[in-house]
Structures are given as structure tokens and as C-alpha cells.
Design a protein around this ligand. Structure first.
Ligand code: ASP
Ligand code: MG
Length: 405
């Protein structure tokens, strides 16, 4: 008998029919002899609707009240799923994040989990119930209700799976798994049967939209096997697991794309120690996440620094750079939001030479110009014009032999 955490995303509980289908699946899992903890997201696009309502009544978004509002979405789902389970003859009880013992820091709208005390969930399991937990939320050390950031139900599910030492955390969604590329871009994309945590981290960080990045980090830290699968077909999906040393790794497992970032260039920067530190300290203080960073070789003691930020942070980041510009004696700040990034990810890259060359050749053969490059040991990313990204993904997918037959 296994303990399985089953997380259902917004589309999986989008309406009454979907909720009944979820309940039937949980009932089947139980009938097979396994214990289940259910974690749910808000129905469909309910969180977005609530955000719009908030905007309609207030020009500011007071974070404490916003969290109180948004957590209502998951609360609706958990009660409805629990009722639907009852209708299937499965005894269950719903719990808010707070009741489930998810203790967070006080950073409203993007709280971090500090501690898990899922006593009530354990008790419910021991009593033979299926606990249904509202995702995306917790209670802070100041006893206020908090949320874990958009997509945070994945984090709830993995954190519970880790705390309860579950055998697997199943993430149910509207796609059948993790693909070798976005199937909307590449019709010949393949579902991956197995991906390592490291690869999944890179895929999630560079545009793979299936799992929230933080949940993958958490799963890796606690070695919680993840199984991403469809709540529409219920077929087996993609396993995300510890790297298996006996397996021959694919050189490239996936090609990802991301057009959510913009590029900022600070030009004519004096090439002295402390300049980059000043610039990026300032951005960090503003709470801006910086992604790719490239600094040119200096010419006559001057250099350029380019980096990418989320498009949503572009205005704030540009303003901060303009201020630092004066302080560090830089010449100009320019920005460009018409860029996109394409990345190739694969654990086998570490031991196979020529991957970078093939990537660059493929782009150049198709007349695609590379504007920035960054690498990790298992990823290569290139920044391109936004309108070339989809073509780049398709060509790379073919060049690395990923196209389905
Ligand atoms: N309902 C929240 C959101 O839309 C959390 C989640 O779905 O994971 O971001
Ligand atoms: Mg969601």
C-alpha cells in the first residue's frame, strides 16, 4: 500500500463534471488499496477573475487582503471535491492550508514555507479519510493567511508529499506530461517518459510551463518522485526522478522557449571592480530577478553589461538602472522587449562534445541571429528576435533528433 499525493490543477477541477471525474479517480486509487491526499487549485481561471475584481475595487493591491481574497478560490475547490468524494462513497474532509499546518514567512503573495506540521492530515489518514487540502496557501508566523505565489499549488503538493513521506506526488493537469518541446510549437514533440530533477529544473526555468520551478526544487531537495499526467485521459505521463546512473542519458532531452523576458543593456560602463556589484545590488533591493547576464570584454577600459528580466519587471528595472547609471558613470541604458529565448536541455550534454556547435550551426543555417548566449552544465540558451523563436525551436528539435517518427 502506497501513500500518494494527487494534485489537481485549475483545468482538472474546472467545472462540476471535472470535479466528479476527479472524485471518481481518487475513488479508483483508493479501491486499488492506496492512501491518497488530494491537493487542489482554484477552479479554472478563478484566481485571475478574483485578481480582476480586486483591481476593480482598488487601485492598489493590499497584499494581506489580496491573499485573503485569492485563497478563497482553493477553498471552494476543496469543499466541492470533498463533497464529490462523499457522493462516490469515499469518506473525506477538506482542510485549508492553515489547517493542514503549512507555516510560512510573512511575505504576502509570495510566501515561503518555513515549516510543515500536517498533524491533522496524518490524523485524517489514520482515521481512513481522504484529506483534501487547499493548495497555494498557508498561515504566516504572524497568523495571517498567505499565498505561495502563482502556481503555488504545486509547492503545496510537493511539500505535503515530503512531510508525509509519500511514495509519489502526482501532478494532474490538462497535458499528458512533459514534452520534448511545446506541442503547440512542434507538432512532432514527444512525451518524455522520464526526466531527471536537474533537467526538469532547467526545463521549468527556461519556459516549460507544466510545473512551477519552486516545486521542482523542493521535490529534488526531498527526493520526492513526481509524476506529471493528464486528468483527462488518466494515462501514465512523465516521471521526474533522481538521475539514474545506469541509464544512458539523452544528449538533448528538450528544447524550450520563453518570450516572457526583456533585455536591458547598460552601455559604456567603466571596467572596474564594484561596478557590476552596485548595479545588481540595486536591482536585488528592488526585488527584481535577473536572469541571463552578459558582460563584454572591455575596450579602452569601458564595457557593456546586458541582462534579461521578466517583461513585467522591465519598467522598474529600467528606472533603477537609470539611477545607478549616474552613480557608476555609465553612458546609457537601453531596453528591448522584442526578444525571446530558446534553450536546449539534456543531462548527456556533460559528456558529449559538439552540442554547442550543432546548436549554433542549426541557427545559422536558418538565418537566425544569436544575440546573447548562456550555459549551464546541462543547458545552452540563446536570445534571439522574438519572431524567430518558434522557427528556432522547430529546427533545433529536428537537428537533435527529437522529432517523433
Ligand atoms: N490558483 C493559483 C493560481 O492560479 C494557484 C495554482 O493554481 O497553483 O496561481
Ligand atoms: Mg494553476
Amino acid at each position: 500500500m502506497a501513500l500518494i499525493v494527487q494534485k489537481f490543477g485549475g483545468t482538472s477541477v474546472g467545472d462540476a463534471e471535472r470535479i466528479r471525474a476527479v472524485a471518481e479517480h481518487v475513488a479508483r486509487t483508493r479501491a486499488a488499496g492506496d492512501d491518497v491526499v488530494v491537493v487542489v487549485s482554484a477552479m479554472g481561471k478563478f484566481t485571475d477573475d478574483l485578481l480582476r475584481l480586486a483591481d476593480d475595487v482598488s487601485p492598489t493591491r493590499p497584499p494581506r487582503e489580496l491573499d485573503m481574497l485569492l485563497t478563497a478560490g482553493e477553498r471552494i475547490s476543496m469543499a466541492l471535491v470533498s463533497m464529490a468524494l462523499g457522493a462516490c462513497g469515499v469518506e473525506s474532509a477538506s482542510f485549508t492550508g492553515s489547517q493542514a499546518g503549512i507555516i510560512t514567512n510573512t511575505e504576502h503573495t509570495r510566501a515561503k514555507i518555513l515549516e510543515m506540521r500536517p498533524d491533522r492530515i496524518r490524523e485524517a489518514l489514520a482515521a481512513g479519510l481522504v484529506p483534501v487540502v487547499a493548495g497555494f496557501q498557508g498561515v504566516s508566523t504572524e497568523r495571517d493567511i498567505t499565498t505561495l505565489g502563482r502556481g503555488g499549488t504545486d509547492v503545496t503538493a510537493v511539500a505535503l508529499a515530503a512531510a508525509l513521506k509519500a511514495d509519489v506526488c502526482e501532478i494532474y493537469t490538462d497535458v499528458t506530461g512533459v514534452f520534448s518541446a511545446d506541442p503547440r510549437v512542434v507538432t512532432k514533440a514527444r512525451r518524455l517518459a522520464k526526466v531527471s530533477f536537474d533537467e526538469m529544473l532547467e526545463i521549468a526555468a527556461t519556459g516549460g510551463r507544466v510545473l512551477m520551478l519552486r516545486s521542482v526544487e523542493l521535490a529534488r531537495r526531498h527526493s520526492v518522485p513526481l509524476h506529471v499526467r493528464s486528468s483527462f485521459t488518466w494515462e501514465p505521463g512523465t516521471w521526474i526522478v533522481e538521475e539514474d546512473p545506469t541509464m544512458e542519458e539523452a544528449v538533448v532531452s528538450a528544447v524550450t522557449d520563453d518570450t516572457s523576458e526583456a533585455k536591458i543593456t547598460v552601455g559604456g560602463v567603466p571596467d572596474r571592480p564594484g561596478i557590476a556589484a552596485k548595479l545588481f545590488r540595486r536591482l536585488a533591493d528592488e526585488g527584481i530577478n535577473v536572469d541571463m547576464i552578459v558582460q563584454n570584454t572591455s575596450l579602452n577600459g569601458m564595457t557593456d553589461i546586458s541582462f534579461t528580466v521578466a517583461k513585467t519587471d522591465l519598467a522598474a528595472a529600467t528606472a533603477a538602472c537609470e539611477e545607478v547609471k549616474v552613480e557608476i558613470g555609465a553612458a546609457q541604458v537601453t531596453s528591448d522587449d522584442d526578444i525571446g529565448r530558446v534553450s536546449i536541455v539534456g543531462a548527456g550534454m556533460k559528456s558529449n562534445p559538439g552540442v554547442t556547435a550543432l546548436m549554433f550551426e542549426t541557427l545559422s543555417e536558418n538565418g537566425i541571429n544569436i544575440e546573447m548566449i548562456s550555459t549551464s552544465s546541462i543547458r545552452i540558451s540563446c536570445v534571439l528576435r522574438a519572431d524567430r523563436v518558434e522557427a528556432a525551436v522547430r529546427h533545433l528539435h529536428t537537428a537533435f533528433g527529437l522529432d517523433a517518427a
